[in-house]
Design a protein around this ligand. Structure first.
Ligand SMILES: O=C(O)CCC(=O)C(=O)O
Ligand SMILES: [Fe+2]
Length: 325
């Protein structure tokens, strides 16, 4: 039985080959008509799918491979070594959730280890294994640059100037996380559900996987498996893009289902506003009765706290800020 069959949730799964693909090099080529075409494509991908594959991103494959290898080494450290980074609060600069054998409301077994680092405005990383910190520092600078370029494209796709979202959401001090997820082989632990369905906070999530697929997105009422594309990032639109665009672009619902006999490692960057930014719908997208605001404004840091509190109760922060029109 698939993980959610028990509670009547959508279960149809098909591997989808029509997920939009965006060529990053066209966004940065400096050729105006190439850029306007790709901006249009980004807008369409955000509106129709809430996610897309990103190719030709310019981040060296060797750097990503080394990140994967050292991440694997991190998770292979002893329980005692990892205990130093045990998770406490949402703003801990380094948080490791070690082998969780959770049973959620559906009695699904989950097993994911996660190392979660705050990497911007300040950079944090364990000193072990040797070299991880230097490598991760390089990696997140590059993913941040890609994310910021994409946000400029998103800003234009909404009809704004490229720098508008950066300015409104104080992205020079943006809160960036790197979550490194480790899902063991199903041979090691028979738990098909790696991560329950959720949306991410922030504007855009950049996800890179080690060639072992497992991610699914909810699309038109069906869970769609995302096949692994070599050397591509998978980009998800997130809650604060939905809030800022006043519902035009939706935070994409996703989950992880393990079917593979190989372990899965993912590098996941969330990219949000600065922590003290109060985020609501852009004033340019809201006017009186024709386009009423769909969300109440909330400080980003409060949203993160609220999310942690609500998730354990099976709720979403939108339950608190969505305005029912
Ligand atoms: O690792 C995955 O497959 C998904 C991870 C994810 O959704 C997250 O870390 O927010
Ligand atoms: Fe996620």
């Amino acid at each position: 039985m698939s993980p959610n069959e028990s509670n009547g949730e959508p279960t149809s799964i098909e591997v989808q080959d029509s997920i939009p693909v965006i060529d990053y090099s066209l966004l940065t080529s400096g050729v105006a008509n190439e850029r306007s075409k790709v901006v249009q494509d980004i807008g369409k991908a955000c509106e129709d799918w809430g996610c897309f594959m990103l190719v030709n991103h310019g981040i060296p494959e060797t750097l990503i491979q080394e990140m994967m290898d050292l991440s694997d080494e991190f998770f292979n450290m002893t329980k005692e070594e990892k205990l130093e980074f045990e998770a406490h609060g949402v703003f801990d600069p380094i948080r490791c959730t070690s082998r969780l054998n959770l049973v959620n409301q559906n009695k699904d077994m989950l097993w994911r280890e996660c190392l979660r680092l705050i990497v911007h405005p300040d950079f944090n990383c364990p000193k072990k294994p040797l070299g991880l910190s230097e490598l991760a520092s390089d990696y997140v600078k590059r993913t941040r640059a890609v994310a910021m370029e994409l946000v400029k494209g998103v800003s234009e796709s909404l009809g704004f100037e490229a720098s508008y979202m950066n300015h409104e959401l104080n992205l020079d001090a943006s809160f960036q996380l790197l979550a490194i997820n480790y899902y063991p082989s199903i041979l090691e632990f028979d738990a098909s559900l790696g991560l329950v369905q959720h949306t991410d906070h922030g504007l855009l999530t950049l996800l890179y996987e080690n060639g072992v697929s497992g991610l699914e997105v909810l699309h038109n009422g069906k869970w769609v498996g995302i096949g692994s594309v070599p050397n591509a990032f998978f980009i998800l639109s997130a809650d604060h893009l939905e809030i800022f665009s006043n519902g035009k672009y939706k935070g994409k619902l996703h989950r992880t289902v393990m079917k593979d006999e190989r372990k899965r490692i993912t590098l996941v960057n969330t990219n949000g506003p600065s922590l003290d930014t109060i985020v609501g719908p852009s004033t340019r997208l809201v006017d009186g009765e024709n386009r009423p605001p769909r969300f109440l404004p909330m400080k980003y840091s409060e949203y993160l706290e609220c999310q942690t509190r609500l998730v354990t109760a099976g709720k979403h922060p939108f339950d608190e800020i969505r305005i029912h029109i």
